[in-house]
Design a protein around this ligand. Structure first.
Ligand code: UGA
Length: 429
């Protein structure tokens, strides 16, 4: 099928590449001319495992192209996906102005029936507004359908999540676009559920909020474990084997971050409030997440006492492993708090250092993870990169003034670290 995606961020670009990979003819539109030029020349603006190969392969096969022209994108395809950002606003709601702008641009360019699909994460009832906007701003007055088709990919695993999705959600207000939407997704061999538009929009917010709730729950349990002398990883294993609970997303740490969970929680609480429900459960999820970082910083201060003039090595800047994304990263929040306390920092991340330089200043960026601890008073693990497990612990122990590690992601085995002579503090163990 001929498909257009408007917006080449994580969702738009990865979705476009995967649609092309299964044989669709895909046009990706972005108003950032420099980005389009980069993509046309085979460059990728983000780090996402497997994406570069997929884009190159499908561009070479003639199934994937990039343009800055929304008109071209709209006129060449039957189905137009909106995949533009919906950034947070200070009051917790989301800025829907990019969605509105794109809806108007699509409307202006439509001369035949189109299916306009919202893939961006939006509050419930946005689809209704998009439909109203397209109707109002379409001079050709052609027929169209609006569909909500939320995306569930995780950064760092986006290609795999897209090629093998758990489910496809299609929210519609009439049956007309259903066959085409099913045809697009048939090659992905996933269960497809068809709902009304409001339910589809709610599925996305409800799913992300539930996952965030799982993380806050295990972080709360971690606090109880610490007080009781228990081990949160064993508790997570013990409860996670119950299929109704599941082990995934039960890793205690310094809290969740990223461009989705914090924003989606706030947006869900906000929209729920606006339509008449005070979502206190989710407010508590937010509070536990904020407390988790306070508690970890306190743990560092309790051990090191005064941080002024102390040197701390930090492993990890990205909001999680396998990505260079640092938006709302707990690791960066932690670094800034340590700086506020007067500590000087040596930091390392396998992929996210370039994106951090403009945000985190007055720190030493260290290319080799094994050199981060050099001359420091303590080492902190802030992101769950697998490769940190291969850290040269002997070298780190010798290069620190005291062998102190604060493991905010429980990457190392506590008994083993203590056996090696570390003063080792982790989360809930
Ligand atoms: C999340 C969802 O997992 C995706 O399904 C969804 O499509 C996406 O948001 C989105 O709305 O676009 P993502 O933000 O890429 O994906 O990252 P996650 O893997 O969910 O991790 C989020 C945060 O939770 C990270 O900071 C991570 O370190 C933390 N986390 C995750 C934990 O602290 N513990 C866990 O057990 C799992």
């Amino acid at each position: 099928m001929k498909l257009t995606l408007i917006g080449t961020g994580y969702v738009g670009l990865v979705t476009g590449a995967c649609f092309a990979e299964v044989g669709h003819q895909v046009m990706c539109v972005d108003n950032d001319a420099a980005k389009v030029k980069l993509l046309q020349s085979g460059g990728i603006p983000i780090y996402e495992p497997g994406l570069e190969e997929l884009v190159k392969k499908n561009v070479a096969a003639g199934r994937l192209a990039f343009t800055t022209s929304t008109t071209e994108g709209v006129q060449k395809s039957d189905v137009i996906f909106i995949a533009v950002p919906t950034p947070p606003q200070p009051d917790g709601s989301v800025d829907l102005s990019f969605i509105e702008r794109v809806a108007r641009d699509i409307a202006a360019a439509m001369t035949t029936y189109k299916i306009v699909v919202d893939k961006s994460t939006v509050p419930v009832k946005t689809g209704e507004k998009v439909a109203e906007t397209i109707k109002r701003y379409c001079p050709a007055k052609v027929e169209f359908d609006v569909v909500s088709n939320p995306e569930f990919l995780r950064e760092g695993f986006a290609v795999g999540d897209l090629m093998k999705p758990d489910r496809i959600v299609i929210g519609v207000r009439s049956q007309r676009p259903v066959a085409a939407m099913k045809e697009i997704y048939t090659p992905f061999k996933a269960p497809i559920i068809v709902t009304d538009i409001n339910s589809a929009e709610l599925i996305k917010h409800a799913a992300n909020s539930f996952l965030a709730l799982k993380i806050s729950y295990i972080n709360a349990i971690a606090n109880v474990c610490e007080a009781a002398g228990a081990n949160v990883q064993e508790v997570a294993q013990g409860i996670g084997l119950d299929e109704r609970i599941g082990r995934r997303f039960l890793n205690a740490g310094i809290g969740f971050g990223g461009s989705c969970f914090p924003k989606d929680l706030s947006a869900f609480i906000k929209i729920a409030g606006q339509i008449g429900y005070d979502f206190r459960l989710l407010k508590e999820v937010q509070r536990i997440n904020a407390d988790q970082m306070d508690w970890f910083v306190k743990k560092i201060i309790d051990t090191l006492w005064v941080l002024k003039d102390k040197k701390i090595g930090v492993l990890g800047l990205a909001f999680k492993q396998n990505t260079d994304d640092v938006r709302s990263s707990p690791a960066i929040d932690l670094c800034q708090r340590l700086q506020k306390e007067g500590a000087t920092l040596r930091v390392h991340d396998p992929k996210a250092m370039d994106k951090t330089r403009s945000i985190l200043k007055n720190v030493t960026y260290v290319d080799d993870m094994n050199a981060v601890a050099d001359g420091c008073d303590a080492l902190v693990v802030a992101t769950e990169w697998d490769e940190f497990k291969k850290l040269d612990l002997e070298r780190a122990r010798k290069s620190l003034t005291h062998p102190i590690m604060f493991d905010g992601r429980n990457l190392f085995d506590r008994a083993e670290m203590e056996r090696l002579g570390w003063i080792y503090k982790s989360v809930g163990r």
